[in-house]
Design a protein. Structure first.
Ligand SMILES: [Zn+2]
Lengths: 385, 155
């Protein structure tokens, strides 16, 4: 029987890019955001679309992206489990490359989340479990569903609105160091706690941005990693999990099983532990998601996530730099943010971070969320051969 | 004002919706492992037995978690703010619902919300209609703060 540990460094990311702008772009369609990011990531790897023989995407179907780019890949993955889909794709691409199904895999994301230009309409389905057992109670987008478990976390562990607010404050400090970030003006805990109520305990500044942007990465076999212009980033560990679809069916509101399973798989494959991670990207759709992730991934004990952020231990100068691009809260959040977490891990491992670069990063972890605590995916990446 | 969408029963959930029209909370119980479950399906999601039956739940529950929604979904403009909750039924299963008569209204300072609606608060079912439009005619299992009662569920 195979063991995923044999897959350490079997694949590498050799191209990574975001669109030139990541804020609000009403002059761009969703597909053009995909294409800009795809072409930029391929150029970063010194490649062209003609070199791509594997394609993965979520949002538009892979066939739509293949048609738009004018390519016919011989391997395809359209796994769509929400914002962490692209982290899932990286793991799948590594397996496909090892199996010989593809040699050069392009993973693309583009989303006109804010301006909704050229977006395929998805209508709610009143006969699904969600349509029957959640929709009738007036849920309205992620702020009313992704946030439903938070009061239970507060009740069980004593975590506070101030602690969740501190996540936004720490993340904004990183955004101030990223010239591309959408929101760069410093904020205080008080600013968060007095911002407009959305769905208590959530206020406006507890919620991510909604933007128009794209990102893409190129994955090849690990043995080819040094054949490309930029410093290679090897895949050391990956994990993925789905736990439910509807948030009301989440087994335990005080912790995420999907995140735990995905993280555990990634650490086991990589053969490292949380203490060895130098840099972490923890998908911040809301201020509470990095708290749940820090706990589920084992960086802290359950319940200790809120205090960890409140003590600014993830902020610039802190012991564990988290969301160094400014995160979904301040950099960009198109809807499916996971791609931007991967790209920032690559930026840090290449030493390309400029004012926000962390000294001596060797191990970076990116963890994505999908749906309403429904899915999780973890990548552990390294620049060490 | 936008009209809200109507939920559509499937053959597997028809008894749940029919029960609501009689103001009964009908959920399923597995005869093999003796556990209740929700939402409806033709087998037990814990032991996968198909020996399952419909029963009427006690209507007693506790408050698992919630948000107080200040930006209404289409059709909910007339009841802002409203409480979207997940409740744990006395029989065990969880379900989403709204908390009515919660004491939280547009004038409630947010810092008072945790005292009015502490996690674990005992609740009881209160069938009612929600929203505006065609869906408003539909009876739903809502919950209101209650006191734990001595009489047991229909087990
Ligand atoms: Zn059973």
């Amino acid at each position: 029987m195979s063991d995923s540990r044999a897959m350490r460094r079997a694949a590498a990311i050799v191209g990574a890019a975001e669109t030139a702008r990541v804020d609000v772009q009403p002059d761009r369609s969703e597909l053009s955001l995909h294409a800009e990011a795809a072409l930029a990531a391929l150029a970063d790897a010194g490649l062209s679309p003609a070199d791509v023989d594997g394609l993965a995407t979520a949002g538009p179907r892979p066939s739509q992206i293949a048609e738009y780019l004018g390519i016919v890949p011989r391997w395809v993955d359209g796994t769509a489990v929400g914002g962490c889909s692209f982290l899932v794709h990286v793991g799948h691409a590594a397996a496909a490359i090892a199996a010989g199904y593809a040699s050069t895999v392009l993973i693309t994301h583009g989303e006109s989340g804010r301006s909704r230009v050229g977006v395929e309409r998805r209508v709610p389905s009143p006969a699904t479990p969600w349509g029957q057992f959640e929709m009738p109670y007036g849920v309205y987008g992620p702020p009313t569903m992704f946030s439903l478990p938070v009061v239970r976390h507060m009740a069980r562990y004593g975590s506070t609105e101030e602690q969740f607010a501190a996540v936004a404050v720490a993340t904004r400090r990183w955004a101030a160091l990223n010239p591309k970030a959408t929101m760069r003006t410093p904020i205080s805990v008080e600013d968060v706690l007095t911002s407009r109520l959305i769905a208590w305990p959530l206020r406006l500044l507890n919620c991510c941005l909604v933007t128009d942007a794209g990102g893409a990465v190129v994955v090849v076999g690990g043995e080819r990693a040094r054949d490309f212009p930029r410093p290679p980033v090897w895949l050391l560990g990956r994990g993925e999990a789905v736990a439910h679809q509807n948030v009301s069916q989440m087994a335990d509101f005080s912790g995420s099983e999907a995140y735990r399973v995905a993280g555990g798989e990634a650490f086991r494959m990589a053969g490292v532990g949380p203490a060895e991670i130098d840099h972490a990207m923890l998908y911040d759709a809301f201020t509470h998601t990095p708290v749940y992730m820090l706990e589920a991934l084992g960086f802290v004990e359950p319940g200790d996530g809120g205090p960890f952020f409140a003590e600014m231990r993830t902020a610039p100068g802190g012991e564990l730099p988290v969301n160094t691009n400014g995160g979904g809260l301040s950099h960009t959040h198109t809807g499916m943010y996971g791609m931007f977490a991967i790209v920032e891990s690559v930026v840090q491992l290449r030493g390309d971070g400029g004012a926000r670069q962390i000294e001596g990063v060797e191990l970076s972890l990116a963890h994505g969320a999908g749906g309403m605590f429904a899915a999780g995916a973890t990548l552990i990446l390294t620049n060490q051969p | 004002m936008a009209e809200r969408l109507m939920p559509e029963p499937t053959p597997e959930s028809a008894e749940f919706w029919a029960g609501l029209r009689r103001r009964e909370l009908r959920i399923q119980r597995c005869r093999a492992c003796e556990r209740w479950y929700f939402y409806p399906r033709p087998f037990c999601p814990r032991c996968w037995s198909t020996d399952v039956q419909w029963r009427t739940a006690s209507g007693r529950a506790t408050l698992e978690s919630y948000v107080v929604c200040y930006r209404p979904a289409p059709g909910f403009e007339d009841c802002v703010p409203y409480v979207i909750a997940v409740v744990t039924l006395a029989e065990g299963p969880r379900m989403m619902s709204n908390i009515v008569a919660s004491g939280v209204d547009a004038g409630t300072p947010p810092e008072h919300i945790p005292q009015l609606l502490p996690a674990g608060l005992p609740l009881e079912v209160d069938f009612g209609k929600r929203g505006i439009g065609t869906g408003a005619a539909l009876e739903l299992p809502l919950f209101r703060p209650g006191t734990p009662r001595a009489q047991g569920a229909d087990r």
